[in-house]
Design a protein around this ligand. Structure first.
Ligand code: SF4
Length: 279
C-alpha cells in the first residue's frame, strides 16, 4: 500500500506520497504466488502503515492469512506497523504460521507521553507497552525492533530519560536511532524549542551505548537455542542468514546454501552477532 493518513508532525510523507491507498487484494496474492513459483524465499509486504491495509472486505490480517495459506517454502515479513494499528488479529495470524517471521518493527519514536503528543503519534507509552505485551503473549520470543528520534523540539532531559526507560523495559533486538532534523513544510519545523546539536548528539550516543549492551544480553540468551535460518549469502566458507525472529547468524559451511532454510544451533557470539552450527 502507498501513502499515509497519520500526519506525524515531523514527517513529510503524507504531503509527498498522499493519502493511504491499498493495492488490490487479488493482485497482491497473485504476485506472491508468482514470485514463490519463481523460487523467491522471502516476501515483505510494504506500506508506510501496512496494518491499515483495507481492500473491500479484506483487512491486513485477512491478507496475511491468505498469503500464509499459499503452498511453497517462503518466509513472510511486513513493515511498517504503526503501534496504534497493529491488531491482536494480525499478531494471532502470524503466531500460528511457520511461514510468518516472528518479527515486528514497531516504531516508538519517543518514550515521553508529552513528546508523543507533540509528534501526533496517537499512542502513549502505556498503550505502546500494552501492544508489546500482547505481541509477547502470542510470541514470547518475537524479535522487536524500533525507530527512535532524539532531540524533538522541546525534548527535556526528563523526556529523554522516559525514552531510555522504555527502551530498558522493552529490550528491542535492534534500534534504528535518529537525531531529529527539521523538514521544511512540517508542523515540527515551525515549533519553538529546537534542540542544539550537542545535546542531540549526547543523547543519541547514550541511547546507542545502552542498546549495544541490551543487544549483547539478548544475543547471550540465544546461545544454545535452535533456529530456522534463511540463508542469504555465502562467502569464504561461511553462510550468513536470518532467524525467524530476524537475528543475524553465520555458520561454517563449504556448501553455498543461499536461498535455503536450515536449522542451526547457536554456539557463541561476538557482541550481538550470533555464530551457529548447522544441525
Ligand atoms: S512517520 Fe510514518 S506514520 Fe507518521 S506520517 Fe510519516 S509515514 Fe505516516
Amino acid at each position: 500500500m502507498y501513502g499515509c493518513n497519520n500526519f506525524c508532525t515531523y514527517c513529510i510523507v503524507p504531503y509527498v506520497k498522499g493519502r493511504e491507498r491499498s493495492r488490490d487484494y487479488n493482485e497482491v496474492v497473485g504476485e506472491v504466488k508468482q514470485v514463490v513459483a519463481e523460487g523467491y524465499k522471502e516476501i515483505t509486504l510494504l506500506g508506510q502503515n501496512v496494518n491499515s491495509y483495507s481492500n473491500g472486505q479484506v483487512n491486513f490480517a485477512k491478507l496475511l492469512e491468505k498469503i500464509l495459506s499459499l503452498d511453497g517454502d517462503f518466509r513472510l515479513k511486513f513493515m511498517t506497523s504503526h503501534p496504534k494499528d497493529i491488531s491482536e488479529e494480525v499478531v494471532r495470524v502470524i503466531s500460528q504460521s511457520d511461514k510468518a517471521a516472528k518479527y515486528i518493527h514497531l516504531p516508538l519514536q519517543s518514550g515521553s507521553d508529552r513528546i508523543l503528543k507533540l509528534m501526533n503519534r496517537r499512542y502513549d507509552s502505556k498503550s505502546y507497552l500494552n501492544k508489546v505485551d500482547m505481541i509477547r503473549k502470542y510470541m514470547p520470543n518475537a524479535g522487536l525492533s524500533s525507530d527512535i528520534i532524539v532531540g524533538f523540539p522541546t525534548e527535556t532531559e526528563q523526556d529523554f530519560d522516559d525514552t531510555m526507560s522504555l527502551v530498558e523495559k522493552v529490550k528491542f533486538n535492534n534500534l534504528y536511532t535518529f537525531i531529529y532534523s527539521r523538514r521544511s513544510g512540517t508542523v515540527a519545523d515551525k515549533m519553538d524549542g529546537q534542540i542544539d546539536i550537542e545535546t542531540k548528539t549526547e543523547r543519541i550516543e547514550k541511547l546507542i551505548d545502552r542498546q549495544f549492551l541490551i543487544g549483547n544480553d539478548i544475543a547471550e540468551q540465544c546461545i544454545g537455542n535452535r533456529y530456522k535460518v534463511l540463508v542469504e549469502s555465502h562467502k569464504d566458507g561461511k553462510c550468513y542468514g536470518k532467524t525467524e525472529c530476524d537475528k543475524a547468524v553465520s555458520f561454517d559451511s563449504s556448501e553455498d546454501l543461499t536461498g535455503k532454510f536450515v536449522e542451526v544451533k547457536i554456539t557463541s557470539r561476538a557482541n550481538n552477532k550470533l555464530f551457529a552450527q548447522l544441525k
